[in-house]
Design a protein. Structure first.
Length: 281
C-alpha cells in the first residue's frame, strides 16, 4: 500500500528531527541568511566631573542594574558643603526675629493711630511708626529671600555631591573595568564598559532580491552557531531603506529577547523568516 505523499513527508521530517536533535529545521521554502548577534547597547561609562576614585564596586563579568552605584569619587569637601548648606537652609531664626519686630511695629503704629485720634500725639509720631513698620517688612522679605537662596544653594551642593557618585545607566554585564581604587578619572576618561544583553540585536545583510518580502514586525528564527544550541524567535525592528551597492545587500535588525542573558552576544548565527509554513520542532 502506497502511503500518501503528505504522510511520507511528515515521516521524513520526523526522521530528520530525530537524527539532528540539536538543529531546528526551517521550512523548505525558507532561506537561511548569515547574521551576527550583538548587544543592544554598549556604554562606555565615565564621570561628569574629574576626581580621584575612592571605591570601584564592579569587576569584569558582573551583572549590574540600571541606576546601580558602580563607583564613588572622593567627596569630603562636597559632603561638608552639603552639611553647611543644610544648616543654613533649615535655619528660620532670622525670619522669626523679623516677624517679631514686625508685630511690635504694627502695635506701635496702632497705638500712634489711637493717640492721634484723641489728639494726644502728633502726626509725625504716626508717620515714624508707619515708616518703621515698612522698613521691617522689607527686612523680613530680604530674610525670606536669603532663606530661599540657601535652599537653592543646598540643591546645587547636593547635585555637585551626587556627581561624585557614578551609576550604571543600563542593566547589563560589565565587559571591562579600566580603572581601580585610587586612580584618577578625568572628565574624558573611561571607568568601565557595560553591555546590555536583554534584548539582543541580531544584524543581518540580506540580498536586495529579498527586499519587499521582509517588513518590520515579522517574526525571525535565529539559530546561533555551535556550540550554542537552540532556535530563538525575534522580531524585525529595522529594515534599511538604503542598499549597499558594492555587495548588493541591505541591512536588517532583529530584536531578540534574552531573559537571564542565556544567549551570549558577539556570536555568528543564521536567520530565517516565517513565510506562513509550519515550523518543525
Amino acid at each position: 500500500m502506497i502511503k500518501p505523499l503528505g504522510d511520507r513527508r511528515a515521516k521524513a521530517r520526523h526522521m530528520l528531527a530525530v537524527l539532528f536533535p540539536l538543529c531546528s529545521i526551517a521550512p523548505a521554502s525558507a532561506q537561511a541568511f548569515d547574521c551576527v548577534i550583538d548587544p543592544s547597547v554598549v556604554v562606555r561609562i565615565g564621570s561628569p566631573v574629574p576626581g580621584l576614585l575612592k571605591d570601584v564596586l564592579i569587576a569584569r563579568g558582573d551583572q549590574v542594574n540600571e541606576n546601580q552605584i558602580i563607583a564613588r569619587l572622593h567627596s569630603d569637601a562636597e559632603q561638608a558643603t552639603v552639611e553647611l548648606m543644610s544648616e543654613q537652609a533649615a535655619s528660620t531664626s532670622e525670619i522669626e526675629a523679623q516677624k517679631a519686630r514686625l508685630d511690635l511695629a504694627r502695635n506701635r503704629m496702632k497705638r500712634a493711630e489711637a493717640l492721634l485720634a484723641r489728639n494726644v500725639t502728633s502726626t509725625d509720631k504716626l508717620e515714624e511708626a508707619v515708616a518703621e513698620m515698612e522698613v521691617i517688612q522689607k527686612e523680613l522679605a530680604t530674610a525670606e529671600t536669603r532663606k530661599r537662596s540657601a535652599e537653592l544653594e543646598l540643591q546645587r551642593a547636593q547635585t555637585v555631591l551626587e556627581q561624585r557618585t557614578i551609576r550604571s545607566p543600563i542593566s547589563g554585564v560589565v565587559l571591562e573595568r579600566s580603572l581601580f581604587n585610587g586612580e584618577y578619572l578625568d572628565q574624558d576618561g573611561k571607568l568601565a564598559t557595560i553591555a546590555k544583553l536583554d534584548p539582543l540585536f541580531v544584524e543581518a545583510f540580506i540580498p536586495v532580491s529579498e527586499f519587499g518580502k521582509l517588513h518590520v514586525g515579522m517574526d525571525a528564527q535565529v539559530v546561533p552557531n555551535a556550540p550554542i544550541q537552540g532556535r530563538f524567535t525575534g522580531k524585525i525592528k529595522v529594515v534599511d531603506q538604503v542598499f549597499d551597492a558594492a555587495s548588493g545587500t541591505f541591512g536588517l535588525r532583529i530584536e531578540l529577547p534574552n531573559p537571564n542573558n542565556h544567549i551570549p552576544a558577539g556570536h555568528r548565527c543564521s536567520v530565517t523568516f516565517d513565510d506562513g509554513a509550519d515550523d518543525l520542532e
